[in-house]
Design a protein around this ligand. Structure first.
Ligand code: NAD
Length: 428
């Protein structure tokens, strides 16, 4: 997997794990705490299947190019496979497998009736016209049609894909099946069966979990300070919700650096990535910081919400926050995790904190199956309930087993998956 680094932080190559290595290491760590049958653990080390397809595309100039597409399905013991589809030049089968395992844990920790999947096409979408992207999406949908379906495997947007991609995908699948099947993908525009609040959900869930962490560690949200790295979909929505709930969001950043105000920024006035890409530094803040300095601020909550591998062996010793809530996927390397644990800095993991996205995807799927749209109020209320329930389940394991929040989240997930597998048995 590509190693992305934050400005000034270059984790050495050996420290940054692949998604598959992380997924397998977390499985072993959780297995040490849970009384799950060895055979079940062994089964979870292997994906059910990885489908590879050729995706031919007629370019706008009439030439034909053939891209490779994948769909990795890890486990479906608790329900249909669920996970994103990315269009990215560095997509590999191994990365899809690793990320599909993460989805299995994420769905299980949230107690959603889904298993884990991930897929994508090895392509740089920035080099395609809109029409080429549409043709590529439709052909890919056709090639993996037998693998997916609303009761089998439900894709969603990921890197390089968006609501429009899902609309084309859903249309291509529906045309082939001969009926409109909105539940085949989530993350669609609301006009064709998408859910209100889906876009904001990962950031909103990060804010809910940060709020609970602030309370758990004995602070009032009105007295709490927060720093957020990355002011995109996850970071901006998390920062603005926490700001609305009374916290002082003192620093937010994009790839160019951070806006900093010790009295709290007006987060709604700072342009998010969607509103104006990479324009955080244009906001008239009293101070600016580098991304590296932001990670080392003395705040109550640090939310890394930009990219993976930004808290590393090099800077974990300097993290001065009371608690880290992971907004991005995999922002903390395993070495950094150990250092933070030794220093007594709790890290609330990505699979819990940013799981609002897949949770509202579940709501979208329910709305599609029932052909009944929910109001934004209902979506947010149910998201709040699901996040609190998952938070309480994980907190109970932290307290009962005296383990880190990350290990506790995996213990909850593995406990549910292991019990389901043991109850269903192995066929034949
Ligand atoms: P985005 O593209 O909307 O925003 C990313 C932000 O991070 C931008 O402000 C960008 O300038 C900033 N950034 C990029 N590189 C940076 C760097 N080196 N240092 C500091 N800032 C940098 O992305 P997003 O959708 O908000 O996703 C952010 C993270 O959250 C990713 O790890 C993603 O996988 C994860 N995530 C996203 C979702 C989702 O549905 N959007 C769900 C779960 C997890």
């Amino acid at each position: 997997m590509a190693t992305h680094t934050a400005e000034g932080a270059e984790p050495d190559e050996a420290e940054a794990e692949s998604a598959l290595e992380t997924a397998l290491r977390q499985l072993s760590a959780a297995a040490a705490h849970v009384d799950t049958d060895e055979g079940v653990i062994e089964r979870l080390k292997h994906p059910t299947r990885v489908v590879e397809v050729a995706v031919p595309l007629e370019r706008d100039d009439g030439s034909v190019e053939v891209y490779t597409g994948y769909r990795a399905q890890h486990d479906d013991v608790r329900g249909p496979y669920k996970g994103g589809l990315r269009f990215h030049p560095e997509v590999t089968a191994e990365e899809c497998v690793g990320l599909s395992m993460w989805m299995t844990w994420k769905c299980a920790v949230m107690d959603l009736p889904f298993g884990g999947a991930k897929g994508g096409v090895v392509v740089n979408p920035k080099e395609l016209s809109t029409e080429e992207k549409e043709r590529l999406t439709r052909r890919f949908a056709g090639e993996i049609r037998d693998t997916i379906g609303p009761k089998r495997d439900i894709p969603a947007p990921d890197m390089g894909t968006d609501a429009q991609t899902m609309a084309w995908f859903m249309d291509a699948y529906s045309m082939q099946e001969g009926e409109t099947i909105p539940g085949v993908v989530t993350g669609k525009p609301p006009v064709i069966g998408g859910s209100y609040g889906r876009e904001e959900a990962p950031g909103r869930s990060v804010a809910i979990i940060a709020r609970e962490a602030i309370d758990y560690y004995g602070k009032r949200i009105e007295d709490a300070t927060v720093a957020v790295q990355g002011f995109g979909s996850v970071g901006a929505n998390a920062a603005r919700a926490l700001d609305d709930w009374g916290a002082d969001v003192v620093a937010v950043s994009d790839v160019n650096g951070a806006a900093y105000d010790t009295t709290g920024l007006d987060t709604h006035a700072v342009p998010s990535h969607e509103e104006q890409p990479e324009a955080v530094m244009q906001y008239d803040a009293p101070n600016t910081l580098t991304n590296e300095e932001l990670l080392e601020l003395d705040v109550d909550v640090l939310i890394p919400a930009a990219i993976g591998n930004v808290i590393t062996a090099d800077n974990a010793g300097d993290v001065d926050a009371d608690v880290v809530v992971e907004g991005a996927n995999g922002p903390t390397t395993s070495t950094a995790d150990t250092i933070l644990e030794e220093r007594g800095v709790p890290v609330v993991p990505d699979i819990l904190a940013n799981a609002g996205g897949v949770t509202v995807s579940y709501f979208e799927w329910l709305q599609d199956i029932n052909r009944r749209q929910w109001s934004l109020e209902r979506v947010n209320e149910e998201l709040e309930d699901h996040m609190l329930s998952a938070w309480n389940d994980v907190r109970a394991e932290v307290e009962a087993r005296d383990v880190s929040w990350r290990d506790a989240a995996y213990v909850v997930a593995l406990g549910r998956i292991g019990e389901a597998k043991a109850t269903r048995g192995l066929w034949p």
